[in-house]
Design a protein around this ligand. Structure first.
Ligand code: PLP
Length: 341
């Protein structure tokens, strides 16, 4: 078979992520839950000011910005956005000024939420931070900032929410190959991948990469905000254009979304998320986050408990990062907040 990734040689990429990320067994969690073998793919360890999935996307997006001779990076996210934080860190590393449009999407107004976690890191990178209301139209906000910069004679490069463009999603097509290479080298046969799905590029990229390699398998996206159909559509629109960058015209991909773990909304805690964060920290010494990986792990735990997988199967939890946000949620993890005495 011809190398399905041959076209990548012509696409600019700047090294930003620590790759390959480890693929580790979670023996204690596996034992506590009973059920399938559980591995964790450590994309929380990609680097860029505490790691996360945006690093893989930014390798392509920042390279595109550089090849267009951009001199300022503009992006958008919630106040505790991991994407904004990793973009700010990447811009700092490449010596580019960065403007972050942060939307007050999450109805938490504690000092920690406003100033700690990702918000603290954003400030340390020297990014210019502009706050917007929670219902702001993110595309319009970044377009307006870009216009303003252009009028000042600058060359802005806009990265949309979550870095989920076809180019950004390519990072996860490559991650699929990295994961399968690791699994193959250790004789591990993967039956399913589970991860948190937000702006959709991670899931789309994984599906494209697996299809390109002829190794399609269930990729279960646990929605962190949108209802099922809306989330599926976000992923679906990225599949064809991402595949096209690899020269593939048709990709058969089944977009599996579970919207049962969002709770009251994006960025708002749920009891299942808290249980997942605490269980994984206590059993494996691993840090998840309240917004993405905690809810995604809650989804995996529920599936294992209800017997979706046999003991002979192997499931990989893709840890997409975000643990910096834990510190912004300190008030949501007190005994009071958890409803304990
Ligand atoms: C952005 C993000 C996700 C979701 O990835 P998408 O590509 O936006 O779907 C999951 N986990 C963490 C920690 C993130 O920051």
């Amino acid at each position: 078979m011809a190398d399905p990734f041959a076209r990548l040689a012509d696409i600019p990429r700047v090294p930003l992520a620590h790759l390959p990320t480890p693929l580790e067994l979670m023996p204690n969690l596996q034992e506590r839950l009973g059920g399938p073998r559980l591995f964790i793919k450590r994309d929380d360890a990609t680097g860029l000011a505490t790691g996360g999935n945006k690093a893989r996307k930014l390798e392509f997006l920042m390279a595109d910005a550089l090849s267009q001779r951009a001199d300022t990076i503009v992006t958008v996210g919630a106040v505790q956005s991991n994407h904004a934080r990793q973009t700010a860190a990447a811009a700092a590393k490449l010596g580019l000024p960065c403007v972050l449009a942060l939307t007050q999407t999450v109805a938490i107004d504690t000092l920690a939420y406003r100033e700690s976690g990702n918000a603290l890191i954003d400030r340390l990178t020297g990014a210019e931070i502009r706050l917007f209301p929670g219902d702001a139209d993110t595309a319009r906000v970044t377009a307006t900032i870009a216009d303003e910069l252009t009028r000042q004679g600058r060359r802005p490069y806009v990265i949309p929410v979550g870095g989920s463009t076809p180019l950004g999603s390519l990072g996860y097509a490559l991650a699929a190959k990295e994961l399968l290479d690791q699994a193959d080298a250790h004789g591990i046969r993967i039956d399913a991948i589970v991860h948190g799905s937000g702006s959709g590029g991670t899931q789309a990229g994984l599906l494209v990469g697996l299809a390109a390699l002829g190794r399609a398998m269930p990729v279960i996206g646990i929605s962190v905000s949108a209802p099922q159909e809306k989330q599926r559509a976000k992923v679906q629109v990225l599949i064809e254009p991402t595949a096209a960058l690899l020269g593939l015209s048709k990709v058969d991909a089944d977009v599996v979304i579970d919207d049962g773990f969002v709770g009251p909304g994006y960025g708002l805690p749920t009891p299942a998320m808290r249980e997942a964060v605490e269980l994984v920290a206590a059993s494996e010494g691993l840090l998840l986050d309240p917004v993405y990986a905690g809810k995604a792990m809650a989804g995996l735990i529920a599936r294992v408990r209800r017997g979706d997988f046999t003991a002979a199967e192997t499931v990989v939890f893709l840890h997409t990062g975000g643990s910096a946000a834990l510190f912004a949620y300190i008030d949501q993890f007190t005994d009071d907040a958890r409803g304990h005495p």
